[in-house]
Design a protein around this ligand. Structure first.
Ligand SMILES: C/C=C(/N=C/c1c(COP(=O)(O)O)cnc(C)c1O)C(=O)O
Length: 403
């Protein structure tokens, strides 16, 4: 039966997007194809499939019906032509970047990115002869100056991990394309519900699906979307041969999580605004020296409020703040919380809090951490789906205990 996907809202695509594998029994939820390999009718058919002469599945590292359904759904949500699924967010980042790089190439990367993405670029890529320039992409002149004749890729996160720095996707995309480079945007903190980087010139959009997309803290996975030819290259060179493909079971869980993504993002964002208001009280009380949340520091980046209007539908639900008392105060605060969990990751139903300098961004060199403004007093909070009052009550008792 033809599915009229054109014109659907994201809320509908999140539930019905992607072609469900044919099921003879009419199951509402497509069966999970938890299989490593697929049986051929004949030797000839097997050869035809390997040769690409006949459509059909071969082996789950090369493609799987459940995984394909997810890849199609995330591509429809991002408004991109195609998608590819990876075992982790880092698998998606690595497979995407390496599909377009070779020894002697150059990458321009934002200096505000997740610690392991920094480590992949700064440690691993350099070992294989790819040079990376890390720049403050809120400074377009500095960004422009970083390009070289051999620049093949530009990589950024916005809002960036850990303190939500915003980057003008359209402006950086223009610079990338002027230099015949592709722009890769990591959209993990927003999801396509709040931001679609492809609409502002991103060529490839990557996600840690571990976070909001799955949203239940029970999967580690990654996704990338883009033009069909780029996604094919990623799927059938780096992902296939690096072996960083997603399991069918993880894809099935993420398909399940995506159904509630729209309502979850709405609640995450509502809760975050209430928590920001409380943290602003702590800032006025002198316990927080600086609060990071899109649109909060109007003085710093009025351009930030423009971007919040033009490329984002909401500010998201990750908040960061510098404790006035530095590392010691940050440690005491985190250790005092009871309902909010002291754990890395983000985008789960449970509120999670962590210390970037010693945890998620510990792979950064001290110089890189300083350049990215990640101090020892910085705390990052992923606001969950609990009742906002209960989140605030837990924070309030922890702050009170510091007095
Ligand atoms: C512990 C992990 C955290 N982040 C991860 C992450 C990844 C990498 O995603 P996998 O962890 O490989 O699924 C990619 N892109 C972004 C913006 C991320 O925040 C964390 O920050 O808490």
């Amino acid at each position: 039966m033809h599915k009229p996907t054109a014109g659907w809202h994201a809320d509908t695509i999140a539930i019905h997007g992607g072609d469900a594998p044919q099921d003879p029994h009419g199951a509402l939820v497509a069966p999970l194809y938890q299989t490593s390999t697929f049986v051929f009718d004949s030797t000839h058919q097997g050869g035809q499939r390997f040769a690409g002469e006949e459509a059909g599945y071969i082996y789950s590292r090369l493609g799987n019906p459940t995984v394909n359904q997810l890849e199609q759904r995330i591509a429809e949500l991002e408004g991109m032509q195609a998608g590819a699924a990876a075992a982790t967010g880092m698998g998606a980042v690595a497979a995407t970047m390496m599909a377009f790089l070779q020894q002697g190439d150059h990458v321009v990367a934002s200096d505000a990115i997740y610690g392991c993405s920094f480590a992949l670029f700064d440690h691993l890529f350099r070992r294989f002869g790819v040079d990376v320039s890390f720049v403050d992409m809120s400074d377009l002149e500095q960004t422009k100056a970083a390009f070289r004749d051999n620049t093949q890729l530009v990589f950024l996160e916005t809002p960036a991990n850990p303190h939500l720095k915003l980057v003008d996707i359209a402006a950086v995309s223009k610079l990338a394309h002027q230099h015949k480079a592709r722009l890769v945007v990591d959209n993990t903190f927003m999801t396509p519900l709040l931001q679609r980087p492809g609409e502002f010139g991103a060529d490839l959009v990557v996600h840690s699906a571990t976070k909001y997309l799955n949203g239940h803290g029970d999967v580690v996975a990654g996704l990338v979307t883009g033009r069909s030819e780029d996604i094919e290259l990623i799927k059938f060179t780096t992902l296939k041969d690096m072996g960083a493909t997603m399991s069918p079971h993880d894809a099935w869980l993420i398909l399940r999580g995506l159904k509630t993504l729209p309502v979850r993002m709405q609640r995450h964002c509502e809760n975050a605004l209430a928590v920001v208001a409380f943290l602003q009280e702590m800032q006025q009380a002198g316990m927080i020296s600086r609060l990071y949340f899109p649109g909060v520091n109007q003085d710093e980046q009025s351009h930030e409020s423009d971007l919040l209007q033009t490329q984002m539908k909401a500010a998201g639900a990750v908040i960061a703040f510098d404790m006035t008392g530095g590392f010691r105060a940050a440690t005491r605060l985190l250790d005092q919380l009871s309902m909010i969990k002291l754990a890395v990751s983000l985008g789960d139903a449970e509120s999670l809090i962590q210390h970037p300098a010693s945890m998620t961004h510990s792979p950064l060199t001290p110089e890189a951490r300083a350049a990215a403004g990640i101090g020892d007093g910085l705390v990052r909070l992923s606001v969950g789906l609990e009742h906002a009052d209960d989140i605030i009550t837990d924070l309030r008792q922890a702050f009170t205990s510091l007095k």
